[in-house]
Ligand binder design. Structure first.
Ligand code: GDP
Ligand code: MG
Length: 433
């Protein structure tokens, strides 16, 4: 998904003028990317329609390219779609939570994660083993509970899930628990006996929350699972597990849109602490797979003044660019955060490591320029030997660093001079955009 959506968005961002035609084309690309990410075709279509409508109604901001506007609109739409409904658990004591899901989806693991999460929020949790088909399942929950000091109830000689649920509930109350989590059995597929069992258990324990634990890697199939469970049992939320894999979570969007059940938690690993309370904006960013483009756009809006950028480009064109300009450009970039932070926010650049070395080099460059007088910055040809010695002493850096900077600067200017003329002007125009 990352690649496809990344490409679609990149081509959008590259466009200076947004016409109806190229917008439709680009949104088609976004739609394809969503489909490739396991987003249901109907959801993808409706989503694109919403984005298109939004785009029509928006005035394009002066300092951002229209493409970036669209990216932001897409992001905001995703957030609003993912965030509909309540993403928090019922706020009550005692709280009863029924966990549902296919075999291997991560229910038992999530039972432990949820217990710890609730304990952190002032509850005394207990877990009840209602998976009676595999003795190992009861052991698994018991071990998990023991390792984390969580109250545990299970019955090894009974197959009556309803009764176990009832007994477990009574027992947990006696123990002083006020958050009771029922871990159930799953099957490889949803079938009638499974549905009947959970419906029965639900009637017996009257849960406040019925949460489907769904494996994010299931993709499209997860949507059917969510829909079927919701129709048969009634769900109050979804916990999407295994988001630490390479899946981008496109299924979440479909589950949310089709099953109409809010996502409440994300499982991000096998450990009991690998749980995230669901934040729509984070998942939206992940689905878009583009780093935090939106906040980058917002930051850029704040910090880069378009007129200033234009003036700078013109100066470059006339090869009048001096150290003073160099410094103010560096500072504009710095206002947007560290170079490393900046790279992380750029689409496709998330993995580019900006090491301490590069950051340090920038700092040194800045220190050297700041040690020059204004006159020297504006007229680099003044920089003779004694001035160079003074400047490098002032910056606390060896003179060879300053020499290297001046050499680099002169080469840059030479290039700028070579780039005068109509062809170069065209290129500069492009760069300005
Ligand atoms: P259940 O059959 O639904 O109870 O599923 P389990 O809780 O036993 O989990 C099945 C497997 O998935 C186990 O190996 C878990 O360690 C693993 N698992 C559960 N949640 C996650 C998760 O969020 N990330 C990863 N990577 N593995 C998980
Ligand atoms: Mg289990």
């Amino acid at each position: 998904l990352t690649d496809r959506l990344g490409n679609a968005l990149r081509s959008l961002r590259g466009q200076a003028k947004l016409t109806e035609e190229n917008m439709t084309e680009s949104l088609q690309e976004v739609r394809k990317a969503l489909l490739a990410a396991d987003v249901h075709f109907r959801v993808a279509r409706e989503f694109i329609d919403r984005v298109a409508k939004q785009c029509e109604g928006q005035a394009v901001l002066k300092s951002v390219t229209p493409g970036q506007m669209i990216v932001k609109i897409i992001h905001d739409e995703l957030v609003s779609l993912l965030g509909e409904g309540s993403t928090a658990l019922e706020d009550k004591k005692p709280l009863r939570v029924l966990l549902l899901g296919l075999q291997g989806s991560g229910k038992t693991t999530f039972a432990g994660k949820l217990a710890l999460h609730l304990r952190k929020n002032g509850y005394t949790p207990a877990v009840i083993a209602c998976d009676v088909y595999r003795p190992a399942a009861i052991d698994q929950l018991e071990t998990l509970a023991r390792d984390n000091d969580i109250l545990f109830y299970g019955e090894r000689d009974s197959k009556n899930v309803r009764k176990i649920g009832r007994n477990g509930w009574e027992w947990a109350k006696e123990q002083g628990a006020d958050a009771i989590i029922f871990d159930t059995a799953g099957r490889l597929q949803i079938d009638e006996p499974l549905v009947k069992e959970v419906v029965d258990l639900k009637k017996e324990v009257q849960p406040d929350e019925s949460i489907l634990v769904a494996d994010a890697a299931l993709g499209q199939e997860a949507v059917n699972v969510a829909k079927t469970f919701h129709e048969a049992v009634g769900l109050t939320g979804i916990a999407l597990s295994k988001l630490d894999g390479d899946t981008r979570g496109g299924a979440a969007l479909s589950m949310k849109a089709i099953a109409q059940v809010p996502i409440k938690f994300l499982g991000t690993g096998e450990k009991v602490t690998d749980l995230e309370v669901f934040h729509p904006d984070r998942l939206a960013g992940r689905i878009l797979g583009m780093g935090d483009v939106v906040s980058l756009v917002e930051k850029a809006q704040d910090t880069i003044d378009e007129d200033e950028a234009k003036r700078m480009a013109e100066k470059m064109q006339r090869a009048e660019f001096n150290f003073e300009d160099f410094l103010s450009q560096m500072q504009a970039v710095k206002k947007m955060g560290s170079l490393g932070g900046l790279m992380k926010m750029m689409p496709g650049m998330g993995n580019v490591e900006v090491g301490d070395k590069e950051e340090k080099k920038l700092k040194h460059t800045e220190a050297l320029i700041q040690s020059m007088t204004l006159q020297e910055r504006q007229n680099p040809q003044l920089l003779n030997g004694s001035r160079r010695a003074r400047i490098s002493r002032g910056a606390g850096l060896p003179v060879k660093d300053l020499n290297a900077l001046i050499k680099q600067f002169q080469q840059m200017k030479k290039m700028m001079r070579m780039m005068k003329g109509p062809k170069a002007r065209k290129m500069m125009k492009k760069m300005q955009k």
